[in-house]
Every structure is written in structure tokens, then in C-alpha cells.
Design a protein around this ligand. Structure first.
Ligand code: 13P
Ligand code: SF4
Length: 308
């Protein structure tokens, strides 16, 4: 399957971009693996004719918005996102009307429609810096993730109005089971994504994006880590640090680790088929691309200024 995919990739001048939450084999065949910021930067700069996006719908949509003349394929069009779904653009537009003097910052994990009513997009890598770059008295609405929003409020001392959305994967961690794990592994560092709830973030040793978590684990002298984000990231953590131990943080159900059901809809076979038949393809109207692009470009400009 790997050699067939590589052959098709060459023939069609295609590139495979994969998020860290994808299955290990998808990560291993990808040309670029990254977090949401890295993936959008890569989608904007590639000169491939076809982008196969091994991730979820909002990520592939962002790639299409940034590279509208390229064919953008998503191995499974049903790979959505509970966080993006938690903020329908029409309901948000009504909410925005209640706060007319507020600027809108939206986490990139939202639909293209939501991006059209957003002033600046952010990711977990640049969110704090983007908020801090605005005047202290600037009123802000943050959407759609209330957990990331609350974390930024705490870090920056701001009082952003938060949309009540959340990610099903990061909200399901069991504080009780994680506390037990910490007691069993007293030297282990707890690494958490800021989409997690505040009570979990309070006991974390490090809070950051997937790239941040990977870097922290690689640079830290510690040898044991409890990882409170989607378990797919552990593949790269283990590859970069073969002698260190990574324990997935347990959710409050009977599973041992936490998979995103949307991310995991993509399989190597679907990836092969989508490259072969050049579908399913992300199609967006010109108007949607034009309007949704503005807040994404603002984020990319600011990220470049921050050296990210
Ligand atoms: P990052 O990889 O940008 O930290 O995002 C995490 C996530 O939930 C993506 O769906
Ligand atoms: Fe969406 Fe959460 Fe899955 Fe990321 S992990 S794609 S935010 S549901």
C-alpha cells in the first residue's frame, strides 16, 4: 500500500499532509505531519497540484481556502469535528449581535462559515500571543472552545466572552483516573492540551498544542509522561524518544486511551482510494473562500511576526 501510494503521489504531483491524531501508518506515509498551524502554513506554501489532507473536514477546508487553485482531497468526507459542530454559524451570528463592539477570535477548529464572521483565526500554538497583541481594553468574543477560551483568559488576564463549545475528546478525561496514575508514577510529567477542562489543566506540568507537547517531551530530562490529548500524538513522541515512556491519559469510560472518532475515520485504504480516484474533494464557493480567507491570513501574518 505504501509503495502504491508513493507511486500515485509522484505521478500526480500530490502531497499528503497529516495531523498528529491520524493512525500511525498514515503519519508514516505523510510528507508533512503537524499541528493545525503547521498544516495551514504548509497548505499555503506547497506547490503540489493535489493536497491529500489526512485530518478532519475543517483542516481540509482551511487548506482549500489557502490554496483554492489546488485539488484538496479528504480520505473520508464524514471526518468532522465535535468542536466545529458545537458552533453553527447562524446561531453564532445572533450571539455576535448581542456583543456589537466585540472583536471575534475563532479557534481554527470551526467551519468555514464561522470563519466568515470572524476577525482573527487562531490555533492552540498562537492563541495567547494573538490575544496579547490586541489592546488591553479590546472587547473580544472567543469561539468555539470554552476550555481554550478560559485558559487564555487565565493566562492573559482578559475577560473574553466565551462561546459554549467543547471537544468531545478532551472533555472526557477522568481526573480521578489521572490522579491515580500520577500517584503510581510520581516522576511522570502530565502534559495536557488546552482543549482540556480547567480542573485537569490545573494539575498539568505542561499545557500546549500537539507540537508543543511533542517538543516538551523531547527536550525534558524526564523519562515518563502522561499524555492528556488524543493518543495519536504518542506515535511521534515515541519515535523521537524511543527510551522514554508515554502513558495515554485515560478517559472516564472503559477505554484505555482516547481516540478522536472523526480523525480515525481516515484509513490508509481510504487514503489510497482518494488519491487514485481524486475524490472526495473539498469544493467551496468563491465567495466563501474570499470571506473565510481574511481571518486566516490575519493569523498567518501575526504568526510570522511572532516568529512561529
Ligand atoms: P493542534 O494540533 O493544533 O494542537 O490541535 C489539536 C486538535 O484538536 C486538532 O483537532
Ligand atoms: Fe475536533 Fe476534538 Fe477531534 Fe480535534 S480531537 S478533531 S477538536 S473532535
Amino acid at each position: 500500500m505504501f509503495s502504491e501510494i508513493n507511486k500515485l503521489k509522484k505521478e500526480k504531483n500530490a502531497i499528503i499532509l497529516a495531523h498528529y491524531y491520524q493512525d500511525a501508518d498514515i503519519q508514516d506515509i505523510a510528507d508533512y505531519i503537524g499541528d493545525s498551524l503547521g498544516l495551514s502554513q504548509e497548505a499555503a506554501r506547497t506547490d503540489a497540484d493535489i493536497i491529500v489532507f489526512a485530518g478532519v473536514h475543517f483542516m481540509a477546508e482551511t487548506a482549500k481556502i489557502l490554496s483554492p487553485n489546488k485539488k484538496v482531497l479528504l480520505p473520508d468526507l464524514k471526518a468532522g469535528c465535535s468542536l466545529a459542530d458545537s458552533c453553527p454559524a447562524d446561531k453564532f451570528a445572533a450571539f455576535k449581535k448581542l456583543h456589537p463592539d466585540h472583536l471575534v477570535i475563532s479557534y481554527i477548529n470551526c467551519t468555514a462559515d464561522l470563519k466568515t464572521v470572524t476577525d482573527i483565526v487562531c490555533t492552540s500554538t498562537n492563541a495567547v500571543q494573538i490575544v496579547e497583541s490586541l489592546p488591553k481594553d479590546q472587547k473580544i468574543i472567543f469561539a468555539p472552545d470554552k476550555n481554550l477560551g478560559a485558559y487564555i483568559n487565565k493566562k492573559t488576564g482578559r475577560n473574553m466572552v466565551l462561546w459554549n463549545g467543547a471537544c468531545m475528546v478532551h472533555e472526557i478525561f477522568s481526573l480521578e483516573k489521572i490522579t491515580k496514575l500520577k500517584n503510581q508514577h510520581p516522576n511522570a510529567k502530565l502534559l495536557a492540551h488546552p482543549e482540556c477542562e480547567a480542573n485537569l489543566l490545573e494539575i498539568a506540568d505542561y499545557i500546549g498544542s500537539t507540537t508543543g507537547i511533542l517538543k516538551y517531551a523531547t527536550q525534558s530530562p524526564a523519562t515518563e509522561f502522561i499524555v492528556a490529548t488524543e493518543a495519536g500524538i504518542i506515535h511521534q513522541m515515541q519515535k523521537a524518544n524511543p527510551l522514554k515512556t508515554f502513558i495515554p491519559a485515560p478517559p472516564n469510560n472503559s477505554c484505555a486511551c482516547n481516540d478522536c472518532p472523526h480523525m480515525k475515520l481516515n484509513t490508509l485504504e481510504k487514503l489510497y482510494n482518494c488519491l487514485k480516484y481524486e475524490q472526495p474533494e473539498i469544493i467551496l464557493s468563491e465567495e466563501l473562500i474570499r470571506e473565510a480567507k481574511k481571518p486566516i491570513l490575519r493569523m498567518l501574518e501575526l504568526s510570522a511576526q511572532f516568529g512561529l
